[in-house]
Design a protein around this ligand. Structure first.
Ligand code: DGJ
Length: 731
């Protein structure tokens, strides 16, 4: 056995910054036994070019440890991007039928290069080729050093005499050769019950998580997962790999434990019903898979994703998310101009920064008075809002509140002008009765006129109304009859893939043409939630279930991959829980409100306004920009607790939620600076109520706080506490 040691990371970064290509190209690297290393600050992936010319995974682990290079060619099961039909017998990453009908593909190493995109990010491109065909796959791995995240995708192209059929096209696969003790964490759910945590041990064979519904990935499973090696995932210890697919359409994640107890995790677009005919000279680019590996538990993996997201994965990651007041829970479709303007006064009184006008503002011949009509007819309803959207935006501005609007531009109700004029624009199958979802159908974005129309909805809403500063983009129906009147018969199976690309094009246009307009991703709750779509948005709507007792679980689930600033945490009166509990749950995310101020008692108004003010002044920055530590899972006890710590460790805030009755012991914050002194202060207390926290007002060092903990006084169900830990030097 020889040993290969990874290049020292700091030297690597310096060289990359200077524009060097670290890895050899061509002949030198072609030598069997060469190793390609993809390194981040704390992790490294080693790939071997073996004697047979194929690319194998040598190991994934801590940076600098290196991986043993075997004398012999590794078993085919260790291939990094295996193709089917020529000896590989497990779940392949790629399956193609060549122009001459050959159903096998062999991929051998050609060349690779690594280039520095900046001082933090490097891109490695590894080109593989079928020796018998002009068929190439380039594996792309973008390493984000400081965040310990690698983004991986594949580019497939050929110059064969006719089209090649692609039947499988994974973004990435990873082989985790280990003890066979693998634990998969994933998040499933339903409408109003999103992101429910599940952890299970993987046994021999394949476990598949997928979606086949086309236009939104997360219903009923999320394209994100964690794998813990050697036992169940722990928050701060143990080896954990996190993966998240940047794709909002049908996806497939496959976890296969083979005969030697190796695990391969494969992820990509769901090949189900999506065979793709690739013309000569065209490139099929898969969506990217995000990976983050850590030896410090899933807490570190989450913080890696959060830091990556704020810097690279979402819009304006460093910008505070405004406190929104949405009218949906207060009015539903039933409103007019006077009512909406009256809600602006409430928004102002409560301290909300943006008012978001939800569904129901459009449609005239087919007014949008409920969910049976109007989608597609994006003209302001002149009965409800005779003076239009600009009037509303102006009225909001006069009260010091920004104005936002709801849209659902990829959808149509059969009761609409649009459908009357263009029934062929809706996705559906000939000879089948159309199946509606929430009384609507999905527009066929593979058709260029539909793409233009969808863009025109955004353009015609935002251009004439520059007072609109926020958009909520909803999607309440998915595809169950994937047929297009635009695509040729042999291309029908392209529909769901072409749809996503067109959708991203429109979302991307909105983000680049209206950089000042913030946007929330919504899909009948969190039906569409992944980093493919989220890169065009600032936040997402996690669930139509705003009962805070359920939100504790839903927000907990999403926190594994998405930072708090993206998780719209709106306070409503759903569930009739104590208002303080509802507010405390909202304060731990991107706080928003969905309530009619007129229906609140004076005490309630004051409580809400105080919480909003506290959030804006003292908590928002640490919650939205800080590092998350999940302390106590709502799934494993009667209580849930989490804390955030600012990057400079000067501030922290701890949230404790009792979900059942009982004395529940100490809670120990994490992530504090051990030697720093923090003043302990309970916040968001009802007016006139003094804290009964034993350490209230005391100054305690971080190491004592983390070791000895705090004794919260929430012993009855739906009581809660928010405790601020402010570095003594912080005002
Ligand atoms: C579903 C969303 O999740 C809700 O928040 C709301 O916007 C409705 N759609 C409006 O129809």
């Amino acid at each position: 056995m020889k040993r290969h040691l990874c290049a020292d990371l700091s030297l690597a970064l310096v060289l990359l910054a200077l524009g060097f290509e670290l890895s050899a190209n061509g002949a030198e690297a072609k030598r069997a036994g060469s190793v390609i290393t993809i390194a981040t600050a704390r992790s490294s992936l080693s790939l071997l070019i073996a004697k047979d010319g194929r690319l194998y995974e040598l190991g994934l682990g801590p940076a600098g440890k290196g991986s043993a290079v075997p004398e012999n060619t590794p078993p085919r099961e260790m291939e990094f991007y295996p193709a089917s039909g020529d000896g590989f017998i497990l779940e392949p990453a790629l399956q193609a039928t060549h122009a001459d009908g050959n159903t096998s593909t062999d991929l051998v190493y050609q060349k690779h290069s690594t280039s520095a995109l900046d001082t933090n990010v490097s891109l490695t491109r590894i080109e593989l080729k079928d020796p018998a065909y002009p068929f190439l796959v380039t594996l792309c791995l973008k390493a984000y050093a400081a965040e310990d995240v690698v983004e991986q995708w594949a580019e497939i192209r050929h110059q064969e005499a006719g089209p090649v059929m692609l039947f499988r096209f994974a973004s990435a696969g990873s082989v985790l050769a280990n003890s066979g003790n693998y634990w998969l964490t994933h998040f499933h759910g339903d409408w109003a019950d999103e992101a429910q945590w599940v952890e299970e041990r993987l046994t021999s064979g394949i476990k598949i998580l997928d979606s086949k519904i086309g236009v939104r990935a997360h219903q009923y499973a999320t394209p994100s997962f964690l794998i813990a090696m050697g036992g169940e995932a722990r928050e701060e210890e143990g080896e954990v790999l996190g993966g998240s697919l940047e794709w909002s359409g049908s996806f497939q994640l496959a976890f296969e434990v083979d005969m030697k107890k190796r695990l391969r995790a494969l992820g990509g677009i769901n090949p189900f019903g999506s065979a793709y005919q690739l013309a000569s000279g065209e490139t099929f680019t898969t969506p990217a898979m995000l990976w983050s590996w850590s030896s410090e538990g899933k807490g570190r993996v989450s913080r890696n994703f959060h830091r990556w997201a704020r810097r690279y994965g979402i819009r304006d990651g460093d910008k505070p998310r405004p406190v929104l007041l949405n009218n949906w829970e207060a009015t539903g479709f039933n409103f007019d101009e006077k009512r909406i303007v009256s809600l602006f006064d409430g928004a102002k009184e409560l301290g909300a920064e943006t008012f978001l006008l939800d569904d129901g503002w459009f449609g005239n011949k087919h007014p949008r008075n409920d969910d049976h009509a109007g989608l597609g007819d994006w003209q302001v309803n002149t009965n409800k809002l005779p003076q239009g959207l600009s009037f509303l935006a102006d009225e909001a501005r006069k009260r010091g509140v920004h104005f936002g609007i709801w849209i659902e531009p990829e959808m149509v109700n059969p009761n609409s002008d649009l459908f009357e004029q263009h029934p062929e624009w809706a996705i559906g199958q000939p000879y089948r009765e159309a199946i509606l979802g929430r009384n609507q159908r999905v527009l066929d974005l593979s058709r260029p006129e539909v793409r233009d129309f969808t863009w025109s909805v955004i353009e015609n809403t935002l251009r004439p109304n520059p007072g609109i500063s926020y958009v909520k983009w909803d999607c309440n129906c998915y595809v169950t009859q994937p047929g297009s009147t635009w695509l040729k018969p042999e291309q029908q199976s392209h529909l769901l893939i072409d749809y996503q690309h067109a959708l991203y094009e429109v979302m991307g246009r909105m983000a680049s043409k209206y950089p000042g307009v913030m946007a929330m991703l919504c899909s009948g709750g969190a039906g569409r939630l992944d980093y493919g779509a989220l890169k065009f948005f600032h936040s997402f709507w996690p669930s139509d279930n705003t009962d805070p007792a359920r939100r504790v679980f839903i927000q907990w689930g999403f926190s594994h991959f998405f930072p708090a600033e993206t998780i719209a945490a709106h306070v409503t009166r759903m569930g009739r829980r104590p208002l303080k509990f509802a507010l405390d749950v909202g304060l731990s995310g991107a706080l928003g409100l969905d309530m009619d101020v007129a229906k609140l008692t004076p005490d309630e108004r004051r409580a809400v306004a105080d919480a909003v003010s506290l959030y804006k002044q003292r908590l928002r920055e640490v919650v939205q920009q800080g590092d998350l530590y999940r302390l106590e899972s709502p799934y494993s006890g009667p209580r849930s607790a989490l804390n955030y710590v600012s990057a400079d460790k000067a501030r922290a805030v701890l949230f404790v939620y009792a979900l059942k009755d009982g004395n529940q012991g100490l809670v120990r914050p994490r992530g504090l600076e051990p030697t720093r002194h923090y003043r302990v202060r309970e916040v968001n207390l009802p007016a006139g109520v003094a804290s009964d926290l034993r350490q209230e007002g005391q100054v305690v060092d971080g190491s004592t706080l983390m070791r000895d903990g705090l004794q919260p006084n929430c012993q009855s169900s739906f009581s809660s506490q928010v405790i601020e830990l402010a570095g003594e030097d912080v005002k």
